[in-house]
Design a binder for this molecule. Sequence first.
Ligand code: GLN
Length: 265
Amino acid sequence: MKFKKLIAFGLAAVMAVSMLTACGGSKKEEVKDSTAAESTVPTVKEGVLTMATNAYFPPYEYYENDQIVGIDAEIAQAVADKLGLELKIEDMEFDSIITAVQTGKADMGLAGMTVTEERLKTINFTESYATGIQSVIVKADGDIKSIDDLTGKKIGVQLSTTGDIYASEDYGEENVEKYNKGNDAVMALLQGKVDAVIIDNQPALSYVAANEGLEILDTAYAEEEYAACISKDNEELLTAVNAALAQLTEEGTIQEILNKYIVTE
Ligand code: GLN
C-alpha cells in the first residue's frame, strides 16, 4: 500500500454534476445580481467573506511583506467580488481551519485543502478548483531513491494534512513526525531528524528550490483535489461560492490565477 491514489476525480465529477443540476442557470443570475449593491449571502460578519487559511503554503498562500498573497488569496478575492462581499483573511494553524469554519469563526477554509471522505463527514467542500500531488522530499545524497525505500524510515509531515494522514496509515504513527508547519518538517530533514518529508508538491518545489541538497522523488505519493470548505450549516454560501467558482472557471480567471503562480520544476 505504498502508493495511494485518492478518491478525487470521481468525487469532483459527482460534485460538479450535482452542482450543475442543483444550480442551473438561475444561480448565475443570482451571483451577478449580488455584485450590484450589497450581498444577501449569509456570512459570519455581514458584508464580509472571512477566509481561514494557513499562510505558509506557497504558492497557494504565503506572506509577501505583511500581506497574504497566492492562488487561494486571489481566488477568494475574485469570489468575494462576485458575491459583493469584502474579503478578510484569517491566518491560523492548518489544523484549526475546519474547526474555525464549523464553529462560525470563518465562512470558508481555503488552504490548498484536499477533499477527503473523512473531512466530508464534518464539512462541505465546494467544487474543486485545482489538483494537488503529495510528493516525497529526500536528501539528494541519501539512500531513499523510490517510495519503496520509505519503509522503516522516519517521515516528517505537517500535522493533520493528507501527507500526515496517509503516512500514518501506511507506515504507522510511530514512524511519522508531525510538525505544525511544512517548513519545520523540511528543517528536520535538513538536520537529519527525519529521512523524508511527505508534503504537497507545490510547496515541496519551493522548499527544494530554497534549500540545497534536497530533491523530490519522481513518483507521486498521492493525487488529490483541492477545494474550499464551508460549514454544513451554510448551504446557501456553498451554492453561492460554487456558482461564483463556475463563473470564474468559465471566464478563465481560475486558470489565469493558477498559471500566474504554479511552478513546474
Ligand atoms: N493538501 C493538504 C491537505 O489538505 C495540505 C494543505 C496545507 O498544508 N495547507 O491536507
